[in-house]
Design a protein around this ligand. Structure first.
Ligand code: SF4
Length: 366
């Protein structure tokens, strides 16, 4: 039976970064938020679709989940186990920021005691000027201390980095830091500047620089033994993020908390981004959308194409009941002709050197 994932959004941050477009709060109203989260967990778990699911991943994202008080975190984890069927050896990830060094590193023994077995750290860059441009207050010393403190208790570590930071011309120092810290997983995101964020007055990142830095990083990480398994994600063999793979493989997931999204039983559910509306009544703040077969099929295709493995026509057939080669033949022919897709046996995939123009491919299916 296909297993699902649980995502819990913890919106608290110590300050708001200039590029941030996530649902965050600097209010630190942790208790009312967790009370609402507990109500939502109970309410969502009553649905027969959820009762029929087994979960093998838990992911606390944000925001900065490592800012959540340990007693409140423990209450949420207890509620998840009491209300959902969660397997014993599930992957359990929590996101942390290096500036929360007191938090993430000091709380690492507690995290391990409640089952956390993977920590994702928002490093973003090893260069002080780039961190300043991103409004991040940590430095390389805090990054090293955070990683060392966590690793003693939770050995599976991901480091997040960003490419396309204003003023960025080189990625050498960040790659040196990766080599030194030797994480299990690296996520390399391209900075997107969203309207309404503080950075929106700046020109978008230079495509040529982004491309050069991205492919330098791909080559470097491969040389260090990482597998490039998704556009933005690199893992040591066997350390791929089980939770994030569910999004790309079309597996069911339940998102709880502010602005969280769920996908199960053929429907998508979207929680409000209003903190006040969420803590007032999480159930009423959620919008549901029934997905028709065509939408689900198209989403399956473009999500699978984000991965290095690509779209497996046989497993697509099992899920959707038709062969993607025949229904979308015109799209495939065009994309193969443009060199944006290669077909090998039953698999369609984007070659690594074209991954940065993946949006051109995805646009054919949305
Ligand atoms: S730490 Fe992350 S979630 Fe929080 S404000 Fe900065 S970018 Fe947004």
């Amino acid at each position: 039976m296909e297993r699902g994932g649980v995502y819990i959004h913890i919106p608290f941050c110590s300050s708001r970064c200039g590029y941030c477009h996530f649902a965050t709060s600097v209010s630190n109203e942790q208790e009312p938020y967790v009370e609402a989260l507990l109500r939502e967990i109970e309410e969502v778990s009553q649905s027969s679709a959820i009762r029929g699911l087994t979960f093998d991943t838990i992911y606390f994202g944000g925001g900065t989940p490592s800012l959540l008080r340990p007693d409140l975190l423990a209450r949420v984890v207890d509620a998840l186990h009491a209300n959902f069927t969660i397997e014993g050896h599930s992957e359990f990830t929590i996101e942390a920021n290096p500036e929360a060094v007191g938090g993430a590193a000091r709380h690492a023994p507690f995290y391990a005691s409640i089952g956390v077995n993977r920590i994702s750290i928002g490093v973003q860059s090893a260069v002080p000027a780039e961190l300043t441009a991103l409004d991040r207050s940590h430095d390389a010393r805090e990054i090293r201390e955070t990683v060392a403190g966590i690793r003693e208790h939770v050995p599976n570590i991901n480091l997040d980095f960003i490419i396309g930071i204003p003023g960025q011309r080189s990625i050498d120092r960040s790659l040196e830091l990766i080599s030194e810290l030797s994480p299990d997983h690296v996520s390399l995101y391209i900075l997107e500047i969203f309207p309404g964020t503080q950075l929106s007055h700046l020109p978008p990142p230079d495509d040529e620089i982004v491309e050069r830095l991205y492919f330098q990083a791909c080559d470097f990480l491969r040389g260090c033994g990482f597998v490039h398994y998704e556009i933005c994600n690199f893992a040591r063999p066997g350390r791929e993020c089980v939770h994030n793979r569910k999004y790309w493989n079309g597996a069911p997931y339940v998102g709880l908390g502010l602005s969280a999204c769920s996908l199960y039983a053929g429907s998508r559910f979207q929680n409000t981004s209003s903190f006040a509306a969420y803590i007032h009544d999480p159930a009423k703040s959620r919008a549901a959308e029934r997905l028709d077969d065509d939408t689900r099929a198209r989403e399956s295709i473009f999500l699978a194409l984000r991965t290095a493995e690509g779209l497996d026509a046989a497993s697509f057939f099992r899920r959707h009941g038709f062969d993607p080669s025949t229904r979308f033949q015109g799209e495939w022919d065009d994309l193969i002709g443009l060199g944006l897709i290669v077909k090998q046996g039953d698999h369609y995939r984007i070659p690594e050197r074209r991954m940065l123009v993946g949006n051109e491919v995805f646009g054919r299916f949305v």
